[in-house]
Structure formats: structure tokens, C-alpha cells
Design a protein around this ligand. Structure first.
Ligand code: GLU
Length: 481
């Protein structure tokens, strides 16, 4: 049975590359009828950001990536937070020492700093010199019992190669001489990521490890650990980076948005998920639109792409617009309401009608306040806006039209769209005016904007009769001045 895990470190918001890893890991488990596990990798306590663990739970919920096992849902292989597993690691490390895959190291910080400085002076990279490898076992035991601080290091063979097979990148092999004897257990007794990920993946029965390609170069080292223990390694699937453009990785540090940022800006969860799924995976058809459930059916390792993918914000925006178009009017109204409320008083405006005018012209929900704020507050505008070559309008035409239409508006009793429409149209026809020459100026006069959701009739209805008259009077006064 397939068991996959998403193993974030609680160092901040879920960035989009992380979200994609989580998504693929989730999708693969679902596709294979397996289990998806959330594990928190918090052994590097210095990098931990307070509150970040809760943020991870929240992001996973927001993304709809339900895990079968995890810190806040439990499971048979818990605990699922590494600091809560701290007692698990040391015995494995001691075992590894017995097996020859690791050794105790008592080198002081001073000695290591000196060695590091020497290496740097010679223009090389520091690599631990296996100083403590040959310490007598009994001697090491005595020093530990005497309370001397120590770490446990991986014993990388001095020669030969280490390798592993990646489902996407194929056979990856490195010279052992390039690998360092990394610390597996730190002086504080906590494991490093290098050790914890192997022990956890093994003891949690993980069958497929999916993670960012930044771990590609370390994986041979992890594989040596599996070999030393005599364990079957998982299937590795390293995922290419998500780029912001041809040269730069997507990164929060450069202001690239996180998943939460995108939600806050008014991108729909479904659109983000669908879009992210296609950053590095292809269904090998032209099809672009997938719900999460459809992705669960369609996702496979064969569709993964080895080359880095570029996160194109404009494409996401387009994609989001397509998703907005597909919402039912009710769904769109409820998504749009918080954004309408930023500009308009719910009790004064017909949100349902406004939403129906907006659905076709909104790509991202955060565009909404600017599109509707003129309904509450008449903006300043220049009479130049009355000039429209196609409609053959200009300020003079506008003045005539507004003067002609004002009494019509004033005469409508039940101020609904049908009545407004019918009254205006019949009057325009009786005067022998062109519809555009009357309604374009009227729309400008009561909106102050070149482009608006809805035309003169809809806007008049939405702002109400009194406000329509007030705005027309102001426009007439301005044109006559
Ligand atoms: N904790 C690691 C990270 O957040 C995950 C690495 C892995 O999945 O093995 O990058």
C-alpha cells in the first residue's frame, strides 16, 4: 500500500513550491488508494517561526488536502512532530554506530572552527576529517558517561560512490569523497534533518518520498543510511523547482506570493490548486481544467516534468477568471460579497444584481472594490469622457441628451430596471435620437467612468432615482458652466 508524506518545516507560510509538493504527494496517495501523511519537521528549532505549525494545518485545510495521519488528526505511526519523537532517534543512531555507519564525535567547536578556517584559507570547502572515527569504542563510552558533550556523525565511506534511483531524474550518483560526515544527532540530543527524515520515513512505512529537488544531492547520503541499516529505501521522486522567471526561483523573499497571499488577493482556491497542479505535471492532453477530485483520478508520475516550471502570474489571473466564469451566480455572489462590502453598504445596494454584472468582467476578486466604488461615491471626471468617436458624442451632445432624459427619469414611479429601460427607450425613439448618443452620455454622467459594469439603466437602478437625478443635475450644471 502506497504511503506518502508531506514533511514541511515550520518556518513560515506555505510557499507555492511547497504547496505543489504537498499537492502532488496528496494526489499520488489518492490516485493509488494509499495514505497521505503530514509530518512536521521541526528539529531545527532555531529556524522555527512561532505559530507556523498551526499555519501549516490551516493551509492544508484551505487547500483541501486532507491527510489521513498527522499531528492534529492522529494515526498509528505517531507522534507526527519530530520534536515529539526525540526519544526515537538516539537508539537508532547508537545502533548505526554498532553497524559502523556512524560514530561518536567529541570535537569542540573551537577545533572545528579552526579546521574550517584552515580549509577556507586554502580555498577549499570544509569537510570533517574523521578525527573521532578511530576513537576506541570503550573510550568513547567512558567520555559519554562522564557527561562530555558529543554528536553522532554519519560515517561516509572515504572512497567509492553513493547513489540512488529517482523516479524522475533516474540514477543519481556522487563520489563519496565529495560528501561530508554530517551530524546525525546534535549535542542537544535532537537529530538533524539528515537523520530524522530517514528514520521517520522508514518507521512510518513511507513508500514514496516526494520533495523538492534541493534534496537531490543529499539523497545518496540518505541512501547510505538505508543501506547501513539494511532497510529497503522508499521510491524517491524529487520535484523540479518552481521559477519566477527564466533565472530566478520563486521566493517569498522577493515578494512572490504565498498560497495565503493569493487567497487574500481573491484568487479562488480551486483555480490555484488546478494551476499549481499543472506547474510540472501534464495530463498529456490539451485539457487544462481539473477539480481536485479529477486530479485525484488523473495524476500520475509519468506526467511529471523534469525541467523547472515557471509560475506565470498573468496566466494564473486568466485561469482564475475562467474559474469565476464557471461559478454559479450564487457561488459568485458569496465569493464577491466580502469584496463588495469593502466599497458598498450592503443595506443600500442590491448586491445580487451587482454581482451578476460583475461575474463576466472579474478575473480576481480584489478588482471588485475599484469596479463598484463609483456607485457609492460619484468620482470627479473630465467632460472629455463624453467624447466618443464611434457613438458620435461630445459634451454638447451630452448636454442635450441629459436635459432630454432628466424629466423621463423624474417621471418614473416604480424605479426598476424594466421601467427605466422602457421609459428611456421610448422617449429616445420619440425624439429621433440615436440610443448610443443618449445612453452613453447618461452613463458617463452618473458613473464618471469610461468603463463600468452595466450601462446607464443598470447603474441608475442601482444608485436609485434620487441619486440618479442628483448626478444628472450636477453633470448638466457642469456642462453648462
Ligand atoms: N522538511 C523539509 C522541508 O521543509 C522536507 C524535506 C523532505 O520532504 O524530506 O524542506
Amino acid at each position: 500500500m502506497v504511503r506518502t508524506r508531506f514533511a514541511p518545516s515550520p518556518t513560515g507560510y506555505l510557499h507555492l513550491g511547497g504547496l505543489r509538493t504537498a499537492l502532488y504527494t496528496y494526489l499520488y496517495a489518492r490516485r493509488m488508494g494509499g495514505s497521505f501523511i503530514l509530518r512536521i519537521e521541526d528539529t531545527d528549532q532555531e529556524r522555527e517561526v512561532p505559530g507556523a505549525i498551526d499555519k501549516i494545518y490551516q493551509s492544508m485545510k484551505l487547500a483541501g488536502l486532507k491527510y489521513d495521519e498527522g499531528p492534529d488528526v492522529g494515526g498509528e505511526y505517531g507522534p507526527y512532530i519530530q520534536t515529539q519523537r526525540r526519544d526515537i532517534y538516539l537508539p537508532y543512531a547508537q545502533k548505526l554506530v554498532e553497524l559502523g555507519g556512524a560514530y561518536y564525535c567529541f570535537c569542540t567547536k573551537e577545533r572545528l572552527d579552526e579546521e574550517r578556517a584552515k580549509a577556507e584559507k586554502n580555498g577549499g570547502q570544509f569537510k570533517y576529517d574523521k578525527h573521532c572515527l578511530h576513537l576506541d569504542k570503550k573510550e568513547a563510552q567512558r567520555r559519554i558517561e562522564a557527561g562530555e558533550p558529543y554528536v553522532i556523525r554519519q560515517n561516509i565511506p572515504a572512497t567509492g560512490t553513493a547513489s540512488f534511483d529517482d523516479a524522475l531524474y533516474g540514477h543519481v550518483e556522487v563520489d563519496c569523497s565529495t560528501l561530508d560526515d554530517n551530524v546525525l544527532i546534535k549535542a542537544d540530543g535532537l537529530p538533524t534533518y539528515n537523520f530524522a527524515n530517514v528514520i521517520d520515513d522508514h518507521t512510518m512505512g513511507i513508500t514514496h518520498v516526494m520533495r523538492g529537488s534541493e534534496y537531490l544531492s543529499s539523497a545518496p547520503k540518505y541512501n547510505l543510511l538505508y543501506e547501513s541499516f539494511g532497510w529497503q529505501p522508499p521510491i524517491y521522486v524529487h520535484l523540479p523547482v518552481v521559477m519566477r522567471d527564466a533565472t530566478r526561483k520563486l521566493s517569498k523573499r522577493y515578494g512572490d506570493p504565498s498560497f495565503e497571499d493569493l487567497l487574500e488577493q481573491g484568487y479562488l482556491r480551486e483555480a490555484i490548486i488546478n494551476f499549481i497542479a499543472l506547474l510540472g505535471w501534464s495530463p498529456r492532453s490539451e485539457r487544462e481544467f481539473f477539480t481536485l477530485e479529477e486530479l485525484e483520478q488523473a495524476f500520475d508520475l509519468e506526467g511529471l516534468n523534469k525541467s523547472p516550471s515557471i509560475f506565470d502570474m498573468n496566466k494564473l489571473t486568466w485561469f482564475n477568471g475562467e474559474y469565476i466564469r464557471k461559478l454559479t451566480p450564487e457561488q459568485f455572489l458569496s465569493a464577491a460579497t466580502p469584496w463588495l462590502e469593502k466599497a458598498l453598504d450592503k443595506d443600500k445596494f442590491d448586491f445580487k444584481r451587482i454581482a451578476s454584472l460583475l461575474q463576466n468582467r472579474t478575473d480576481v476578486l480584489n478588482q471588485i472594490p475599484d469596479m463598484v466604488d463609483f456607485l457609492a461615491q460619484m468620482p470627479e471626471f473630465s467632460d472629455e469622457l463624453y467624447v466618443n468617436k464611434k457613438m458620435k458624442t461630445n459634451p454638447q451632445v451630452a448636454l442635450n441628451a441629459l436635459k432630454a432624459l432628466r424629466p423621463v427619469i423624474a417621471g418614473i414611479e416604480d424605479f426598476n430596471e424594466t421601467n427605466i429601460h422602457d421609459a428611456l427607450m421610448s422617449h429616445i425613439a420619440s425624439l429621433g435620437m440615436k440610443t448610443g448618443q443618449a445612453l452613453w452620455p447618461m452613463r458617463i454622467a452618473i458613473s464618471g467612468k469610461q468603463a463600468t459594469p452595466g450601462g446607464a439603466v443598470e447603474i441608475a437602478y442601482l444608485i436609485g432615482k434620487d441619486e440618479t437625478l442628483r448626478r444628472m443635475d450636477a453633470a448638466i450644471g457642469k456642462l453648462e458652466a
